[in-house]
Design a protein around this ligand. Structure first.
Ligand code: CDP
Ligand code: MG
Length: 139
């Protein structure tokens, strides 16, 4: 799998961090093959995060992801899903390794600035959630 999905979450777009986060990720060797800015409604947010339905943070998460604009990116690199998770860091910014995106910019376990598709949770489903194949560009 050489593609994965990144979402710059509403806490990050509100703080004008999209550029800094993308620069860091591109500097790690990723290429952007698709990108768009969107504002999800709660139905779309709930569908995207349906794997978490029933968890105590689900309602909060659906509200959060639909609370403002997001930037969704399809990124390419060798071993993209695993590599992006490494660059992004652990879910809880306090536990994320030094220099990772969440360590640098995250403010809480919920408001952790980015989503990165999990390698074992079907990254292609997440890419297809936001992009048709015609909206992805490789050259
Ligand atoms: O995003 P990641 O795959 O690292 O974590 P997750 O366990 O799949 O959870 C998805 C998202 O739910 C996280 O990125 C957080 O925004 C949120 N979350 C939360 O608010 N409270 C938790 N205890 C766990 C996750
Ligand atoms: Mg996850």
């Amino acid at each position: 799998m050489n593609r994965t999905l990144l979402i710059i979450k509403p806490d990050a777009t509100k703080r004008n961090l999209a550029g800094a986060i993308l620069k860091q990720i591109i500097d790690e060797g990723f290429t952007i093959v698709g990108m768009k800015m969107l504002w999800l409604n709660k139905e779309q947010g709930g569908e995207f995060y349906k794997i978490h339905k029933g968890k105590d943070f689900y309602d909060w998460l659906v509200n959060f992801i639909s609370s403002g604009p997001i930037v969704v990116c399809c990124l390419k690199s060798p071993n993209a899903p695993k590599k992006l998770r490494e660059v992004v860091g652990a879910t809880d910014p306090k536990k994320a390794a030094q220099g990772t995106v969440r360590n640098l910019y995250g403010t809480s376990v919920g408001e952790n600035v980015v989503h990165a598709a999990a390698p074992d949770e079907d990254p292609q489903r997440e890419i297809s959630f936001f992009f048709t194949e015609k909206e992805l560009f490789e050259y």
